[in-house]
Write a protein that binds this ligand. Structure first.
Ligand code: EPU
Length: 302
């Protein structure tokens, strides 16, 4: 999708939106897959409702991109504009046990920054790539913790009401890899309340989680983390492994040899390859286990 209307292009700077024409989404996603579109980088939260009203008035479809680490984007020329927040400086402000964090802040850096200030709880999230906003929307979790447990307040663009809102933690439900946010709500900032812990103790926890992750996940390769959700009471990775599917490929899309629920881009995989591989694995799991796996990765397919 290319923004060509001169009136729209001229209105963008005042709304704090920077246009980057012809951006490759393959370069903005950890899978390294995705076609091309115009990117709008947003620097002013307060101007978002006006900006989106303008895009709607001009019938320009759009999607919100976080850190691109849990995302599988379609190939070719993409039919929507992509909007991404630019993080302010500083993007994390601490006040006692509370951390006010911009949605565009890097998750790993947030975990370590809080840790260095004796605020723990998020040790399990170390090594989870992406932004705080993305982690919030998906309720990212690992090693027995999930980010939702620490959320006290969220500032967001509420798409249904077309306005910025602040929600208290108890107005939001956080479940396994799912939240009560609507798919078109845009996370802007979050206030976390974290347990006080001495830094060396947090560091110990971080090291243990890092170790476990390194031992079981293909960290150096292009992936979107786990591709399927774990069905209740079962492990997608174990089932795929039991079927002997590690190494199964379609083009350069490949089931990781290290963790069977990680599908990697081993070269120049297309979205078509990756989706053919997920469909094949899903069909085999259903046939053998009678369980239909659900994508954990968010799919933006035209
Ligand atoms: N297993 C196998 N073969 C494999 C992979 C796993 O037999 O190829 C077995 C393991 O030995 C273990 C069980 O399956 O007994 C579970 O595996 P693991 O501990 O790696 O955890 P997981 O359930 O596969 C979940 C999350 C991960 C998170 C880890 C650690 C989901 C879909 N996955 O993985 O999150 O890092 O626990 O807490 O919830 C993600 O969300 O993208 C993600 C990677």
């Amino acid at each position: 999708m290319r923004v060509r209307d001169p009136k729209l292009v001229a209105a963008l700077p005042e709304l704090g939106a920077l246009l980057e024409p012809g951006t490759s989404l393959a370069e903005l996603t950890s899978l390294g897959i995705g076609g091309t579109t115009d990117l709008l980088r947003i620097t002013k939260h307060d101007a978002i409702p006006e900006l989106l009203n303008l895009l709607d008035a001009e019938s320009v479809p759009y999607k919100f991109l976080g850190g691109g680490s849990n995302l599988l984007v379609g190939d070719g020329e993409l039919p929507w504009l992509v909007l991404q927040l630019v993080s302010p400086d500083p993007d994390i402000v601490l006040e006692g046990r509370f951390a006010q964090v911009d949605a565009a802040a890097d998750l790993g850096r947030t975990v370590t920054f809080c840790a260095k200030n004796d605020l723990g709880g998020m040790e399990g999230l170390i090594g989870v790539p992406g932004t705080v906003g993305g982690a919030l929307r998906m309720n990212a979790g690992a090693y027995g913790m999930q980010i939702g447990s620490y959320v006290r307040q969220v500032k967001l663009y509420r798409a249904a009401r077309r306005r910025l809102e602040t929600l208290e933690g108890d107005q939001i439900s956080f479940e396994y890899r799912h939240t009560s946010f609507a798919p078109d709500d845009m996370m802007l900032a979050v206030k976390l309340e974290l347990p006080s812990k001495p830094y060396p103790e947090i560091l110990k926890g971080i090291r243990i989680c890092n170790e476990k992750r390194r031992a079981s996940q293909p960290l150096g390769q292009k992936s979107a983390g786990c591709i399927f959700k774990n069905p209740p009471g079962a492990s997608a990775g174990r089932m795929i492994d039991e079927l002997g599917l590690k190494g199964l490929s379609v083009g350069d899309a490949r089931v990781s040899d290290r963790h069977a629920n990680f599908f990697v881009n081993a070269g120049k995989a297309s979205a078509k390859d990756m989706l053919a591989l997920t469909a094949d694995v899903r069909a085999r799991v259903e046939k053998s286990f009678g369980i239909i796996l659900e994508h954990e990765v968010v799919v933006w397919n035209a």
